[in-house]
Design a protein around this ligand. Structure first.
Ligand SMILES: [Zn+2]
Length: 162
């Protein structure tokens, strides 16, 4: 049996900004409105439930809050994006432009790019860490995450939990 949480309807959303290497519109600092849809497959428990939706929503909401209103930085190679640590700020050189941004406004995501593919992988891996740390999710077989970045664009990934 599969149970789904639809991010937009369930309030599992976040807004953040990023700069993507390259030319054109995406090379400027710009926002995205994201939402996360999550499906889980599992076995019924003695209360005829696959998953306690309150618990599942809570871990997704926590993940969303880590991104909320932040500027994302990924681990692009130095030849593409050079980040200099200035104690309270980061000096960022990308697309032949220079940004000086307070660290408090930045979320350095430990992924190789800010493409929707890598962001979706990051999201599912973070959720799996929480799921595996909580016996309430012990009956689940797999999880699927769909991360939308607006404009009808989304990344979808499924992973086994066993
Ligand atoms: Zn973008």
């Amino acid at each position: 049996m599969i149970v789904e949480l639809l991010g937009r309807e369930a309030g599992l959303t976040f807004e953040c900004m990023h700069i993507v290497p390259g030319r054109g519109d995406c090379s400027r600092i710009h926002p995205h409105f994201h939402y996360i849809d999550v499906s889980v497959d599992g076995e019924f428990d003695d209360k005829r439930r696959i998953v306690h939706l309150y618990n599942l929503k809570a871990i997704i909401a926590r993940l969303c809050s880590t991104f909320e209103d932040k500027i994302l930085l990924a681990d692009y190679p130095e030849s593409i994006q050079k980040i200099t640590d200035k104690q309270t700020h980061y000096n960022i050189e990308i697309n032949n432009k220079y940004y000086l941004i307070p660290k408090s406004d930045i979320f350095r995501v430990n992924i190789p790019s800010l493409n929707i593919e890598d962001l979706a992988i990051y999201c599912i891996d973070q959720l799996i860490i929480d799921i595996k740390n909580d016996d309430a999710f012990a009956s689940l077989n797999y999880i699927e995450v769909v991360l939308s970045e607006g404009h009808g664009q989304r990344g979808k990934i499924k992973k086994n939990l066993r």
